[in-house]
Design a protein around this ligand. Structure first.
Ligand code: ADP
Ligand code: MG
Ligand code: ZN
Length: 609
């Protein structure tokens, strides 16, 4: 039993109980009316037992109902032929006895047996039926052909509206869009291709990190071609009843065939299409059934039926190779992180509905956001808008964007936290150490901001470089310089203070990771040569990895350690020399930081003149 089914079932039970209860109440009320009679009422009235009477008239006729409230005990109800007569009787009694009996006349509609009793009972039965169906379905487990199993299946919208989402909404991904151009053309006019006997790919796999716009691109492809967009997400299948996943897939393809030409999009396909038989333990039958059904469906329709199956994944390496075979997902489109121009275009798309102040320079924002995905950039502008709104502005300024950058990038500046002067001094020297090296070394930097305002990630400050160009390749020289920069913080602390702090732990982690990668992954160490000693990437398959031990000797392992240490020590010595040669600048920079807490590129570079 999966958690997904529990809520609806609880709701059903609740409905059922309420329905039964209200039917019972109505029934009881009717019985009360029968037990108490008009003559008894007259007796009780004369005996002075009655406190008040509610009269429910029927419409336009004298008959009705009275509810009698006693001075002691429960109220009773009876039908009466003439409500006016009741009022008269009570008035007479009041005049005789000087006692008070309150009369309350309510206009009552015709009693509706149907509504009061049968409808609730019927509701109860329906709820019971649904509940039973769920139960049978769960017990039968499978039997996806039976009507029962289909009952539990959500008829959730498989077709998603894509009107208005076309390629103009997808910024940056120029090459990716070009690769899909022929698909769009095919969907617009399948005959053109069919008549020429051209074979159009059936399945296209969009591959790339989260947030790079894969889902958006798939939708926009449908929007661009103006065809229906059927979609389902791999993660939807994970919590389903056994057999439902497969039957959903079947339905999806059936529905799509009726609506061809169209696109079927399977988002997060890795959730269903992981390599089979590699999971730890069992329990993946459902996933396998779903995957098998998907393969059957894909093999089942002809190449030119006008259906294009698109799928998205963050990880191709964990996919079952069966789905990549010809006739299935045999075309793949890489959707990468945007370059600086792509970032600017994405920013423009998302800035369209946001009022920007004149000082906003999206080109600069694009420059300082290397590594951001489309989703990150959208988030950045959104945070900036929130910041502007919070301060009561009608437009977004560059300052808002810069602050939003810290929030989404490094965590929000925490101005409220009180920092002691000593802490401030340590951080100021530490960050200045990084900053000086960023400035002096040729392949890294220049410095965009140096700050000793703590950020919520726990760091006491940060030094943000301004990458001048997008480098897709890391060179050996650049990696060494990055290591030197990371060591700069600790070196500055050592040179100035009598003690060192734990503040450099993140730097040390980065240094180690970089140096290790140089040796084990990039073949930058002569001693160890052009061999990959790094099998981290296999860890996805814990099941597989258990059988897959380290494939080098202990001796090699120790050589690696020595090489890594040599690289770090070498960088350390060079970095230390550089900082020592610029010790006055270190002091000046740290002092300026302690005073201003945050300095920009110009102020920092002025220190070198
Ligand atoms: P993925 O499917 O690759 O994880 P999405 O398509 O869901 O990424 O992207 C999430 C959001 O990020 C989109 O809805 C869109 O607002 C924004 N986004 C991502 N890439 C782009 C892009 N190239 N152009 C415009 N917006 C983008
Ligand atoms: Mg997505
Ligand atoms: Zn540091």
């Amino acid at each position: 039993m999966q958690s997904k089914g529990i809520l609806p079932r609880l709701l059903l039970v609740a409905v059922m109980i309420i329905a039964m209860f209200s039917a019972f109440k109505s029934y009881q009320a009717m019985q009360q009316g029968k037990e108490y009679s008009y003559s008894e009422f007259q007796k009780d009235l004369k005996a002075g037992k009655i406190k008040s009477v509610e009269i429910k008239q029927n419409e336009k006729i004298p008959t009705g109902k009275i509810i009698v409230h006693f001075k002691k005990g429960k109220e009773k109800m009876t039908d009466v032929d003439d409500t006016k007569n009741i009022v008269k009787q009570i008035d007479e009694y009041k005049a005789d006895s000087k006692a008070d009996v309150k009369v309350n006349i309510l206009p009552a509609p015709e009693d509706n047996l149907l509504l009061r009793i049968y409808v609730p009972i019927l509701l109860g039965f329906i709820a019971l039926f649904i509940l039973l169906t769920f139960f049978i379905n769960a017990v039968a487990g499978g039997g996806s052909n039976s009507k029962m199993a289909n009952f539990g299946k959500s008829r959730a919208k498989m077709v998603v509206e894509v009107k208005g989402i076309d390629y103009s909404k997808v910024a940056g991904l120029q090459e990716e869009k070009e690769e899909l151009e022929e698909i769009v053309d095919f969907l617009k006019n399948p005959r053109k291709y069919i008549d020429l006997g051209a074979r159009i790919p059936k399945g296209i796999l969009l591959e790339g990190p989260p947030g790079t716009g894969k889902t958006l691109l798939a939708k926009a492809t449908a929007g661009e071609a103006n065809v229906p967009f059927f979609t389902i997400s791999g993660s939807d299948f994970v919590e389903m009843f056994v057999g439902v996943g497969a039957s959903r897939v079947r339905d999806l393809f059936q529905e799509a065939k009726k609506n061809a030409p169209c696109i079927i999009f399977i988002d997060e396909i890795d959730a269903v299409a992981r390599r089979r038989g590699t999971g730890m333990g069992g329990g993946h039958d459902e996933r396998e059934q779903t995957l098998n059904q998907m393969l059957v469906e894909m093999d089942g329709f002809g190449v030119n039926e006008g259906i294009i199956v698109m799928a998205a994944t963050n990880r191709v390496d964990i996919l079952d190779p069966a789905i990549l075979r010809p006739g299935r997902f045999d075309r793949s489109v890489l959707v990468g992180r945007p370059d600086v121009r792509g970032r600017e275009e994405i920013l423009k798309v998302h800035a369209k509905n946001k009022p920007l102040s004149d000082d906003v320079n999206l080109e600069e924002v694009a420059r300082i956001t290397a590594g951001f995905t489309g989703a990150d950039l959208e988030n950045l502008l959104n945070e900036a808008a929130i910041m502007a709104a919070k301060e009561g502005f009608k437009f977004i300024t560059q300052k808002d964007i810069r602050e939003a950058m810290l929030k989404v990038g490094v965590g929000k500046e925490k101005k409220s936290k009180v920092i002691s002067d000593k802490e401030k001094k340590i951080t100021a020297y530490h960050e200045s150490g990084h900053a000086i090296l960023f400035h002096l070394l040729p392949d890294v930097g220049p410095v965009h901001t140096v700050s000793i305002i703590p950020v919520s990630s726990g760091a006491g400050g940060y030094t943000m470089p301004l990458p001048e160009k997008d480098d897709n390749y890391l060179t050996k020289g650049k990696m060494l310089q990055e290591i030197m920069v990371s060591l700069g913080g600790r070196i500055a602390e050592e040179l100035i203070l009598d003690d060192i702090t734990t503040g450099a732990s993140a730097d040390i982690m980065q240094v180690t990771a970089l140096a290790r990668a140089m040796v084990t992954k990039y073949g930058f160490s002569e001693k160890l040569g052009l061999i990959n000693y790094d099998n981290d990437n296999d860890n996805v398959f814990i099941g597989r990895d258990l059988a897959h031990s380290k494939d080098f000797s202990d001796e090699t392992a120790s050589d690696i350690d020595i090489e890594v240490k040599n690289i770090v020590n070498d960088c350390y010595a060079k970095a230390k020399k550089l900082i020592e040669d610029n010790i006055d600048i270190l002091h000046k920079s740290a002092e300026l930081l302690m005073e201003k807490e945050k300095i920009g590129r110009e102020e920092f570079e002025a220190l070198f003149n």
